[in-house]
Design a protein around this ligand. Structure first.
Ligand SMILES: Nc1ncnc2c1ncn2[C@@H]1O[C@H](COP(=O)(O)OP(=O)(O)OP(=O)(O)O)[C@@H](O)[C@H]1O
Length: 264
C-alpha cells in the first residue's frame, strides 16, 4: 500500500523536533530513513505507527488517514519492529509470534488452523522456527530481533515499520534479514544507521537533518557528496560498482572532485 507522510511537524516539551517532514513510499517499496543522531528519525516513525500524534500534517496509507482509523484497524495494517522492546521475557518465541495474529481476531480468541499456518510461515521466514519453544528472555539480541520480525510478519501488515532492524545482527544475518525485507513486497519504512546497508536494501532514502528532510530520492540522488558532508559531516561518495551494488567510500580528507567551500 502506498504511504504518504505530508508536512508532519512535532514539538516535544515545546521544542520543535520535526518540521514539515514529508515522504512517500509506493506500494511494495522499501524506503530508508537516515540521518545523524537526534535528527528525528524515531520521532517520525512514531507518528506513522501511531504512537505520537503529529501537531500538524498527516499520514495516509492507501489513501486513508491512519490517525482516523480505530486502533484495531491500524494494528491490522501497520506492524512495527522497534528497539525498545517490552516483550515479556517468559513468553516463548511461538507465543510472541502468535501475538501478531491478535489484531485479526479477539485478544482471548484462540488461533485457528489458518492463523497457526501464518505463524509457522512467519517463524520460518524469519529463521526462528527452531527457537519456537525457547523463552524470549533467553534469546540473544539477534535472535530477539528475528523473533520480533516474525511477529510483525505474522501480522500480515500493509506497512512494515523497522527501527534499526540490523542492530545486534552479525554480518551474515544482516544481509539475510535485509534480503528477506526486500523479498516481502510489503511497503516498508526503515530507520537505518548504516548507509551501506541502507543503500543495498532501499529503493529510496529520506535524509533527515535537524527535523527537516534534507534530501530524498533514489539512493544515489539522495546521498550526494554534499549531503554526506553537510548532514553526516563526513567526506564520502556513493557509487554503483560493476556488480550493481552501491558502495560508499569514506575518506579522512575531501575526495578528489568534491566541490568544497573554500577554506580561509
Ligand atoms: N520527550 C522529549 N522531549 C524533548 N525532546 C525529545 C523528546 N523525545 C525526543 N526528543 C529529542 O528529539 C530529537 C529527535 O529524537 P529522535 O529519537 O527522533 O532522533 P533519532 O534521529 O531517532 O536519533 P538516534 O539516531 O540517536 O536514534 C532528539 O534531540 C531528542 O533528544
Amino acid at each position: 500500500m502506498r504511504l504518504r507522510v505530508h508536512d508532519v511537524s512535532v514539538k516535544l516539551g515545546g521544542v520543535p523536533i520535526l518540521r514539515d517532514a514529508s515522504l512517500a513510499a509506493e506500494a511494495g517499496e522499501v524506503v530508508g530513513l537516515v540521518g545523524p543522531n537526534g535528527s528525528g528519525k524515531s520521532t517520525l516513525l512514531r507518528t506513522v505507527y501511531r504512537s505520537l500524534r503529529p501537531d500538524s500534517g498527516g499520514i495516509r496509507l492507501g489513501g486513508h488517514d491512519v490517525w482516523a482509523w480505530p486502533a484495531r484497524t491500524a494494528a491490522r495494517q501497520i506492524a512495527a519492529v522497534l528497539q525498545d522492546d517490552t516483550t515479556p521475557a517468559t513468553m516463548t518465541v511461538a507465543e510472541v509470534v502468535e501475538l501478531g495474529r491478535t489484531p485479526h481476531h479477539g485478544l482471548f480468541d484462540r488461533n485457528g488452523p489458518g492463523d497457526r499456518a501464518v505463524v509457522r510461515e512467519a517463524m520460518s521466514r524469519a529463521g526462528v522456527l527452531a527457537l519456537a519453544g525457547r523463552r524470549f528472555g533467553s534469546l540473544s539480541g539477534g535472535e530477539r530481533q528475528r523473533a520480533q520480525l516474525a511477529r510483525a510478519l505474522a501480522q500480515e501488515p500493509c506497512l512494515l515499520i523497522l527501527d534499526e532492524p540490523t542492530n545486534h545482527l552479525d554480518i551474515k544475518a544482516r544481509f539475510e534479514l535485509l534480503d528477506l525485507v526486500r523479498d516481502l513486497g510489503t511497503t516498508t519504512l526503515a530507520v537505518m544507521h548504516e548507509l551501506d546497508l541502507a543503500a543495498r536494501v532501499c529503493d529510496s532514502l529520506v535524509v533527515l537533518h535537524g527535523g527537516r528532510v534534507a534530501a530524498a530520492g533514489p539512493v544515489l540522488e539522495a546521498l550526494t557528496p554534499q549531503v554526506l558532508r553537510r548532514v553526516f559531516g563526513v567526506h564520502a561518495r556513493a557509487a554503483r560498482d560493476p556488480d550493481g551494488i552501491i558502495r560508499i567510500t569514506y575518506a579522512a580528507r575531501p575526495l578528489a572532485g568534491d566541490r568544497l567551500t573554500p577554506q580561509r
